[in-house]
Write a protein that binds this ligand. Structure first.
Ligand SMILES: N[C@@H](CCC(=O)N[C@@H](CS)C(=O)NCC(=O)O)C(=O)O
Length: 229
């Protein structure tokens, strides 16, 4: 029953932007939940049973039933607790489709484009950075066309679906710049970065996002070759 007694458990890892999304959505709606930190190097049987297809976090357990994949989880939270807290997706079906389109573009195109930057060096990395900038430009221009201005967020004054999906990752851009490579240059994408700056100032982002120093240390631990560069 909506808003009734619910047991909500999130299985996640603290440095994962995918998991941060779910925390942000639950907190924004004011849904109490229990958090279980997963060790991905030694996956728990709870994770393996809850997400047998991918074996990945985040997983949301709602009254014992598992939901996997961060975008699916966000939609579930918005649907199940539709009368509680702000809506994550807009009401208008066309606008909802647009939000889903750009969230998918972000996860399927933009995010994977960061991997070749991490894994390459020299000329190859320069090319990977160039490709990333092109995709960021497509995202920035496309979303601006579809949603007009961000004022200051995609969802107006409240955080919405796209703010959460993209912000959970982009707000760490300075840590990425410091630990991996300077790919995020506010002067090249002023609209995008004035939005990111507004997001970083949002009290919920300040509360939930991992700190800059923790993220830098995590990148360096995860990709030890970066220390030599
Ligand atoms: N498409 C998934 C991606 C989740 C994902 O990649 N999670 C990573 C942590 S950031 C994971 O669990 N990796 C463990 C593995 O690949 O075995 C989502 O949106 O939830």
């Amino acid at each position: 029953m909506e808003g009734g007694e619910s047991q909500v458990v999130l299985i996640g890892t603290w440095a994962s932007g995918y998991c941060t999304r779910v925390k942000l959505a639950l907190e924004l709606k004011g849904i109490p939940y229990k958090y279980i930190e997963e060790d991905l190097g030694n996956k728990s049987s709870l994770l393996r049973q809850s997400n047998p297809v991918h074996g990945k976090v985040p997983v949301l357990l709602h009254n014992g039933r598992a939901i996997a994949e961060s975008l699916v989880i966000l939609e579930y939270i918005d649907d199940y607790w539709s009368k509680i807290g702000p809506k994550l997706l807009p009401e208008d079906p066309y606008q909802r489709a647009k939000v889903r389109f750009w969230a998918n573009f972000h996860d399927q195109k933009l995010l994977p484009a960061a991997l070749p930057i991490i894994l390459s060096e020299g000329k190859e990395r320069e090319k990977a950075v160039e490709d990333y900038h092109e995709l960021l430009k497509v995202f920035d221009e496309g979303t601006e066309k579809d949603f007009l201005a961000r004022s200051p967020f995609f969802n107006g004054n409240n955080l919405g679906f796209l703010d959460i999906v993209v912000g959970s990752v982009s707000c760490n851009y300075q840590a990425f710049n410091e630990a991996v490579a300077v790919i995020f240059e506010p002067t090249k994408h002023p609209t995008f970065f004035s939005w990111v700056t507004a997001l970083k100032e949002h009290p919920l982002m300040k509360k939930i996002l991992p700190t800059h120093d923790k993220m830098v240390a995590k990148y360096r631990q995860k990709y030890p070759h970066l220390m030599k560069l």
